[in-house]
Design a protein around this ligand. Structure first.
Ligand SMILES: [Zn+2]
Length: 69
């Protein structure tokens, strides 16, 4: 299990998000952003439409650098 903050993942608050895998973290973060930061969600959607790889390319190394709880 790894824990990262919303902010580390490109979000807007310091809420801690935990997941067992990167895929799960993407799902968790997406859900969190859609619930709490609709404006950030819109930005991420725009980024995804322009370059679907971009967010993951920036955020996945941070996930990998985070140690297990
Ligand atoms: Zn947040």
């Amino acid at each position: 299990m790894k824990t990262m903050t919303c902010k580390e993942l490109g979000g807007a608050c310091d809420q801690k998000l935990s997941a067992e895998s990167w895929d799960e973290m993407v799902t968790t973060m997406t859900k969190h952003v859609m619930e709490k930061h609709p404006d950030v969600a819109k930005e991420m959607e725009k980024m995804h439409n322009e370059d679907p790889q971009k967010w993951g390319k920036e955020m996945k190394p941070k996930w990998e650098a985070t140690s297990n709880d």
